[in-house]
Design a protein around this ligand. Structure first.
Ligand code: SAM
Length: 462
């Protein structure tokens, strides 16, 4: 067994010796056995698919939207993957849902912030959970924020604002969010089984740097948590400096109360407590849990602040009257819609959160808010792909069911061979889930799948 010590850094193994739940032999054995675990989380708003190519093994016990698969399929060739019908996410991370359900329960009309959100695993879970609330999904790194936009768009939720800001920009939003999730950048040891590069990059120095960065990120953001608000902190590291020690630092620095979560023994999750303040944390070791290495903890904020903050509000530009008429002829929007314009495109946002959107627009850099419906050209609405992906009711519009081959042609932005008698805009679906728009002309069909998201030729020819 000891030869594995050359692979898993000895310093890490040494540092974990006295950590609750750590068993060196079984931990190393699991890393050696390399049995890959693949899991997905179902999109509850796009779950009426039946011809799924995935072979589902069982439910993930702590997340009712989670499923283990018997094997890892080639997701690129599954049209449902591109349609946002599910998200490929490792199982331990889905424990976030269990925490939310135990602490918040049914009262989900909340304002939530996912501070370190790309590529969007936790955010898509949060968007589904807070379906009646508001989610601000933030990523500081620009390129990663674009991937986040893509995944949020495919997921289809209309109540999400994607921002591209540094954590310290949130200081201006004092007392604003009911829930803040900080899935912090970390040294990544929990993902060693999936990402062998993480092993080469691991060092104790980096663990120390990550720990300091994690504290800085929390310190920059904590003011924006409302009184009684919930803070959820997580990492994919095993190191105590990034986990329990950060919990101790939180207890020492802020007026927050650690929250204990109920566990079922069979889940194999280990409850730990920090050295100084006994704050509860939850460790996921891959030799005990069917998932990757993960750590998560929850805190409630104490106190009542007497100062109510006045925020600036940016008034967003309104569509013209004729544009509204054209949109309303195309779609059947309810009274709960707030429509605004950005770069000539008309966007939808839930009216209930219009003020919050105007506040966020004053302080943060918004990459995407709500759903882009389309752009008015002459007397027509050119519908956007975001609309096709969204939960907005477009069932009255014509649609065509594609078989798998046609669906992959469509997603590769190739010519789609279908017989259409009618002309104009139509949706294409696979297995009941919308893939995007086509427009039927006199003698051809135009494919409106976004070029930047198309399946590349090389993949299709494989
Ligand atoms: N929550 C994501 C998910 O579930 O898909 C994964 C987040 S990943 C663990 C951490 C994220 O933090 C990365 O996207 C990274 O770009 C971002 N990040 C890196 N440095 C940061 C910093 N100084 N402040 C805030 N976020 C940072």
């Amino acid at each position: 067994m000891h030869y594995l010590r050359f692979v898993i850094p000895q310093q890490l193994i040494q540092s974990l010796q006295n950590t609750k739940g750590f068993k060196e032999d079984s931990f190393l054995e699991t890393h050696q056995s390399n049995t890959p675990i693949t899991s997905i989380r179902i999109n509850p708003n796009k779950s009426n698919w039946s011809k799924s190519l995935l072979s589902i093994e069982s439910k993930i016990p702590w997340c009712n939207w989670g499923r283990y698969l018997t094997e890892r399929p080639s997701f690129t060739f599954d049209p449902l993957f591109h349609a946002g019908a599910y998200y490929v996410q490792e199982a331990s991370s889905m424990f976030l849902l269990q925490i939310l359900q135990q602490i918040i329960g049914e009262d989900t009309q909340k304002k939530a912030l996912d501070l370190c959100a790309a590529p969007g695993g936790k955010s898509t879970l949060l968007a589904s959970y807070f379906a009646n609330g508001l989610l601000v999904s933030n990523e500081v790194i620009k390129q990663r924020a674009s991937v986040l936009v893509e995944n949020i768009t495919k997921w289809g939720s209309d109540n999400v604002i994607v921002t591209n800001n540094d954590p310290k920009d949130f200081k201006k939003l004092s007392n604003f969010f009911d829930v803040i999730v900080i899935d912090a950048p970390c040294s990544g040891s929990g993902l060693f089984r999936k990402d062998k590069n993480a092993i080469d990059e691991w060092s104790q120095d980096n663990v120390n740097l990550c720990s300091q960065r994690q504290q800085r990120i929390i310190a920059d953001t904590i003011d924006s948590l409302s009184d009684d608000g919930l803070l959820i902190y997580s990492t994919c590291s095993y190191s105590k400096q990034e986990n329990e020690d950060v919990l101790d630092w939180i207890k020492e620095t802020f007026d927050l109360e650690s929250v204990q979560i109920n566990l079922v023994d069979e889940w194999g999750i280990i409850e730990t407590q920090s050295d100084l303040h006994n704050a509860f944390g939850y460790r996921f070791y891959p030799d005990k849990v069917k998932g990757e290495g993960f750590f998560i903890a929850a805190f409630k904020k104490n106190g009542e602040s007497e100062i109510s903050t006045k925020f600036k509000e940016t008034i967003l530009s309104k569509p013209l009257k004729n544009e509204l008429e054209i949109v309303n002829n195309f779609l059947k929007l309810n009274d709960d819609s707030y429509l605004f314009k950005q770069n000539e495109f008309i966007r939808f946002f839930p009216k209930e959160y219009q003020i919050e959107l105007q506040i966020i627009a004053s302080y943060l850099y918004i990459k995407k808010a709500g759903i882009e419906l389309g752009i008015v050209k002459g007397k027509d609405l050119i519908p956007s792909h975001e609309l096709a992906m969204s939960f907005i009711d477009i069932n009255h519009l014509p649609y065509f069911d594609l078989n798998k081959e046609q669906a992959l042609q469509y997603l590769g932005k190739k010519e789609v061979n279908i017989d259409i008698n009618s002309k104009g805009w139509a949706l294409v679906k696979f297995d009941g889930v919308v893939l995007g728009w086509i427009k039927a002309l006199q003698n051809r069909i135009n494919n409106y799948y976004p070029i930047e998201w198309r399946i590349l030729k090389d993949n299709l020819n494989k």
